[in-house]
Write a protein that binds this ligand. Sequence first.
Ligand SMILES: [Zn+2]
Ligand SMILES: [Zn+2]
Length: 97
Amino acid sequence: MATNRGELTSYQYRQLRARILAASDVCIVCGHGHATAVDHVHPVSKGGAPLDPANLAPIHGVKGCPVCLRKCNSEKGNRPLSAVVQLVTSVDWFAGP
Ligand SMILES: [Zn+2]
Ligand SMILES: [Zn+2]
């Protein structure tokens, strides 16, 4: 898949990732700690800012979550966070009329 690899592998991005994970390691997808990667809340391919700290959040990377064992980053893929969180939480039957 086509990505802006130049920007995303840059030194600046790695610095940013370290800063995000130092502030919090709570995964945005499953809500557990020990996140090892960061992901864009609003995908860059959909117009999100690639290097804006406000658009980056902790997420479980290739090793997955040690608590619920989900592979949060691959689950999220290129979708906006809202799409993933709707899939993983069972709020539908609360959302009555
Ligand atoms: Zn997770
Ligand atoms: Zn988890």
